[in-house]
Design a binder for this molecule. Structure first.
Ligand code: KIV
Ligand code: NA
Length: 278
């Protein structure tokens, strides 16, 4: 199958066909996502939390993103793969920003990049787009600004917040972005913004009216986290439990010498055995 294009994603919005996105960070997660038929893979900087064990996305570096993007691309060469620009790699000089974008595309193999922020980064989005790189925006709860936002809370409950979010979304659209992620935005506001944009919105925790949905791989599969899924996450599998049980059984069988069995064992010819044992 052919990877999706930005033009086809826009067409999907017009036709009312939901766009499916999932995060993936390495060869197996990307490969399984592609085999499952996902439209777009996001190598999110959420890898800081779910793969690297940090308590936020702030420590994630451009090197981390390049490394994980390259692994994901190897696993899903027929899927449109987007890479996150990590914290503070697009707020300095334009030259530095574009060099980072180039690394994600050339070394990582990404087809597009995603940046968090509104009107304040519109000029940057425009410059990246004009360099020929497709850009996805990210508004609402933007985890890279968690300390400024004062925690992980739902965005866009008041009319002032709603107006601000809409004008940010329009600024990012006008700057040339081909889609916008809306994170933890109220259902009503996400629908209102979705209707007023001609580019698709991809929601996470933002209701069913967005043009697409995205979830974090480790959240939707309950992989590596014991915490109950948050309200906006649905757990479609519990692979963490499956993995833990599998390893527990392996440990038990080794302790009991129940593994390996003859089936897993190789033998010498008898005369060599006799030579060894005399
Ligand atoms: O890093 C990430 O996983 C994301 C999605 C939640 C949109 O940015
Ligand atoms: Na992210």
């Amino acid at each position: 199958r052919k990877p999706l294009t930005t033009a086809r994603m826009r067409k999907m919005k017009q036709d009312g066909v939901p766009i499916t996105m999932v995060t993936a960070y390495d060869y197996p997660s990307a490969r399984l996502s592609e085999e499952a038929g996902v439209d777009v893979i996001l190598v999110g900087d959420s890898l800081g939390n779910v793969v690297l064990g940090y308590d936020s996305t702030l420590p994630v570096t451009l090197d981390d993103m390049v490394y994980h993007t390259r692994a994901a691309v190897r696993g899903a060469s027929n899927t449109f793969i987007v890479a996150d620009m990590p914290f503070f790699t697009y707020h300095g000089s334009l030259d530095t920003t574009l060099k980072g974008v180039a690394r994600l595309m050339q070394e990582g193999g990404a087809k597009a990049v995603k940046l968090e922020g509104g009107a304040e980064i519109a000029a940057t989005v425009k410059a990246i787009t004009e360099a020929g790189v497709p850009v996805i925006g990210h508004l609402g709860l933007t985890p890279q600004s968690v300390h400024q936002l004062g925690g992980f809370r739902v965005q866009g409950r008041s009319s002032e917040q709603a107006e601000k979010l809409l004008s940010d979304a329009k600024a990012i659209e006008e700057a040339g972005a081909f889609a916008i992620v809306l994170e933890l935005v109220t259902d009503e506001l996400a629908e209102w913004i979705t209707k007023q944009l001609s580019i698709p919105t991809i929601g996470i925790g933002s209701g069913v009216h967005c043009d697409g949905q995205v979830l974090v791989y480790h959240d939707l599969l309950q992989y590596g986290s014991d915490s109950a899924p948050r309200k906006f996450v649905k757990a479609y599998a519990n692979i963490g439990e499956t993995i833990r049980e599998g390893i527990r059984e392996y440990v038990k069988e080794v302790k009991e010498r129940a593994f390996p069995t003859q089936e897993n064992t190789f033998h010498m010819d008898n005369d060599v055995v006799q030579y060894l044992y005399g």
